[in-house]
Design a protein around this ligand. Sequence first.
Ligand code: PNS
Length: 163
Amino acid sequence: MRSAIYPGSFDPVTLGHWDLIQRAAKLVDRLVVAVLHNPTKNPAFSVDERVAMLEELTASLPHVEVTSFHGLLVDFAKSHNAQVIVRGVRAFSDFEYEFQMALMNRKLAPDLETVFLMPKEKYSAVSSRLVREIGGMGGNLADLVPDILRSRIADRLLTDLHG
Ligand code: PNS
């Protein structure tokens, strides 16, 4: 069985992430979307909220699981018997960071392959950081985050800014 991990912060999940999940899900028997518990970041959404939103989004894809993880990605991948890490690259600017991570993960776990997928061109400028900024200022999140999550994400980001 071919299993892949799609790790990330997903703070919050964007249409770019969703596009990538659907592409990756077609390539493997089991896809684990894994939200990182990152104590150094101050997130807009708790890990549980991010997992819940991803679960709702992927409910129609039975071979996609959503979970969270602490620690090294390679250890998490091994504990889930995954052979592949999936990451998205939107533009060359993503590449340097992704390349470093892929090579470092390969040094730590030589049997684990990182596979890069490109989201649709129209999502190349979409990022969680910009979603947080636009949402925090009351901007329109259509075409940036999935419709079924849009009002929840927008309400939260506005509340964060205005109390
Ligand atoms: O969505 P992001 O924030 O770009 O995702 C980054 C993520 C979660 C893939 C990366 O920070 C990660 O894998 N963290 C786990 C800790 C780890 O394994 N670090 C060594 C990477 S070489």
